[in-house]
Design a protein. Structure first.
Length: 721
């Protein structure tokens, strides 16, 4: 086809083209056509490819004239006469060598696309997909149900409306939040989930009543951006089965929800279903957080597939070494050049889409310390992209949570830049709590610090307890039940000869490795699990639970189940019945935390104050009142919270005693700061339903009496109202 000029028909399909506008990026429906804009700095040849929606037929291939269709580095064209729905992609050529990887034989995705075609069925992948256009669909009319065809991955663009029904974000203060991390597919794809649309956003809607009853305030979804689950190179060594990229930390389109996570993906309605899910969660008073992977892309290193960024401007989008090789601070082959102005703007546009158009409430940034590096990996004091996100007006009410480390050794827990705006995953909390409860001596002082919100990490920079997102388990590592059932990782099924995954988990199997029928070991394991959950939910800061931990889900000792799309990773809902006693305990602890502001303070404890005149808000004890043991051999800890010293509103007093010794010990109970009688609310050594009781059921415990706390157990007393 000859080079087009403004107003000339683009093909026999009757398309008409004009110069178009240079903004915004992506495909935008206008009254007189669709405007396409692509940012490409070094490209010398750009072509727009338009495909029919229902088949792989090419409608038109339109070269863009650099004199007519270019403003700066923005290539643009407007096309009229398009069908009701279509797909599109880009071909780009440019200079060779010097870090460039232009290949005009590959049809590229639009980085600004908010949906992709193809990939509608989970795990149904084709090797040729990477060479096919994953183009956008422009929708000028209600979608028809697409016929079954070979999927052609393409960027999707819809002109569609959505009735949010005056959706209002819950805006739950982070200090009052209880986060629940889950995998969209794995949460409901097990047959025991009993949902009508398993493994989808709609399936999550069906589980909202359960989550409300559990008491959590926010769901944090593992990556839902488009990724290729078939890019995993490993096989199960026993079965020979090809493994899948189950977790999805390999984005290929930052603003496109994954099609196979939608029950209506074949109708290209994944954006609508995601919005319906968010709206339903908001109606239930639950916020939606996304796990955002902006530190790398699914294109991998030089051996990986080209989807978009590499073929548009490789040296712009990625950190490269002097010889053009990919710098790997993410651990998975490439590192996004996050602080380049073009990349920063791309990321901001994507975040604006998720918050403004999709009503997301929070963002957890994977390996966020990558944001703190310049284009060659040097650590920046004031990273521009971190500042942009922190100061952005649209994101002002959005929870920002950093995973404050990367895969190359940069560890910033308590020191993430612009920290007053950012909360952090507190890896030190996880490790110290695990180490105390597995019985390591000398951890009492560290446990005390973590229980108080980790002031050692956050207070000096003007931050508060809620800047610490506390967790004992997350998707990455052992589940709660595996943490108390295995001393070693068991990742053989991942196909890497058990070399993958961290080796030090600070776990303890309680006397036997893995499954056992020994009733004493099983009893101790359940007690340890209760200790860990109870500690998490009485700690200052923001607690985060891993989905399924509330009824003791297992991954069979696998601490890196990223490639296990099977019952190793799927939530088995039959455990909610089998372990109903533990589920009851977790629900009770969540309810206790939500009912008492003393357990979720907005400021750090003040102690007795610099002049000694302030009444203590926390008192430390050992086996005797006011005699704490913070020695190098200490394995017990006790403290009292003064409920009247809570900033927001007066509350009950609390006494907590923890025993990580292998024998029972007697704690002498101090008087409550209010002088009111104590009642025992929690004793993790007792069987259900006595392990956690309501105030009306709680037995009294006299001040100055002795309470024998069992080995590896904790108690919680609450003063009368």
């Amino acid at each position: 086809m000859s080079q087009h000029t403004s107003g000339r028909a683009a093909s026999s399909h009757g398309l008409r083209t004009s110069r178009g506008r240079s903004l915004p990026l992506g495909a935008t429906a206008l009254a007189d056509g669709v405007n396409f804009v692509l940012l490409c700095h070094h490209g010398t040849m750009v072509q727009l490819l338009l495909y029919a929606l229902e088949e792989e037929r090419l409608l038109a291939e339109i070269p863009l004239d650099p004199w007519i269709n270019r403003t700066g580095y923005h290539w643009h064209i407007q096309v009229a006469g398009l069908p009701a729905a279509f797909r599109y992609g880009w071909r780009v050529d440019g200079p060779k060598g010097g870090g460039h990887r232009f290949d005009p034989s590959i049809v590229l995705l639009d980085p600004a696309a908010t949906a992709l075609s193809g990939g509608t069925v989970w795990g149904q992948c084709q090797e040729s997909d990477a060479l096919l256009a994953r183009s956008a669909i422009a929708d000028h009319a209600p979608m028809r149900r697409r016929r079954e065809t070979v999927p052609l991955r393409a960027s999707l663009f819809f002109r569609r409306s959505f009735d949010w029904r005056e959706d209002i974000p819950p805006l739950i203060p982070l200090s009052d939040s209880i986060i629940y991390e889950l995998h969209v597919r794995g949460f409901t794809c097990h047959p025991s989930s009993a949902v009508s649309k398993p493994g989808t956003f709609a399936g999550l809607i069906e589980k909202i009543p359960y989550l409300q009853a559990l008491g959590i305030t926010a769901v944090e979804l593992l990556p839902i951006h488009e990724f290729d689950e078939c890019d995993c190179p490993f096989q199960n060594p026993v079965t020979g089965e090809r493994l899948r990229n189950y977790w999805g930390y390999n984005s290929i389109a930052f603003a496109a929800p994954k099609a196979s996570y939608a029950s209506v993906a074949r109708e290209h309605n994944q954006v609508t279903e995601f919005r319906e899910m968010v709206r339903a969660f908001h109606q239930a008073g639950i916020e939606v957080f996304l796990d955002v992977v902006f530190n790398h892309t699914g294109e991998g290193d030089h051996r990986g597939r080209t989807y978009s960024f590499r073929g548009l401007d490789n040296e712009l989008y990625y950190m490269l070494g002097p010889d053009g090789h990919y710098l790997n601070f993410s651990g998975v082959g490439n590192t996004l050049n996050c602080n380049h102005p073009v990349v920063r703007q791309l990321l901001m546009n994507c975040l604006h889409f998720w918050v403004a158009d999709m009503h997301v409430d929070g963002l957890r940034f994977d390996l966020a310390s990558v944001f703190g590096r310049d284009y060659v990996g040097n650590v920046l004091v004031n990273p521009p992209v971190v500042e942009m996100i922190a100061e952005d007006g649209v994101l002002a009410d959005t929870k920002l949570i950093a995973e404050p480390w990367d895969a190359a050794g940069l560890y910033q827990v308590g020191q993430f830049p612009y920290g007053r705006r950012w909360s952090e995953w507190n890896g030190q909390y996880r490790d110290d709590v695990r180490r105390f409860w597995r019985g390591e001596p000398g951890l009492a002082r560290l446990l005390a610090t973590r229980l108080c919100g980790s002031a050692d990490l956050y207070e000096s920079s003007g931050r508060q307890p809620w800047h610490s997102v506390n967790f004992v388990t997350c998707h990455d590592g052992f589940t709660l039940w595996d943490l108390v059932s295995y001393n070693e990782k068991h990742n053989e099924a991942n196909g890497e000869e058990n070399r993958d995954g961290v080796n030090e988990n600070f776990s303890w199997n309680c006397g036997a490795e893995g499954p056992t029928e020994d009733p004493k070991i099983l009893l101790l394991r359940k007690r340890q699990a209760k200790n860990l959950i109870a500690t998490l939910l009485i700690s200052q800061g923001v607690p985060m639970l891993l989905a399924g931990d509330e009824f003791l889900r297992t991954q069979r000792g696998n601490n890196n189940a990223w490639c296990q799309d099977n019952e190793v990773s799927w939530v088995d809902w039959s455990l909610a019945t089998k372990n109903a006693d533990f589920l009851r305990f977790v629900r009770g602890m969540i309810a206790l935390r939500k009912a008492h502001p003393a357990l979720r303070r907005q400021i750090f404890f003040r102690g007795s104050g610099p002049d000694g005149k302030l009444k203590p808000d926390i008192l430390w004890h050992g086996l005797r009142p006011n005699q704490p043991d913070f020695s190098e051999t200490a394995q017990t800890l006790a403290f009292t919270l003064d409920g009247n010293q809570t900033v927001r509103e007066p509350d009950r007093d609390f006494y907590v005693a923890c025993n990580a010794l292998r024998e029972s010990v007697r704690f002498r109970i101090p008087s409550a700061p209010s002088g009111r009688p104590w009642r025992r609310i929690v004793d993790t050594s007792l069987a259900s339903p006595l392990d956690i009781v309501t105030e009306g059921e709680a037995p009294p415990v006299a001040a100055y009496s002795f309470y024998r706390v069992a080995p590896f157990a904790m108690i919680l007393l609450m003063s009368d109202g």
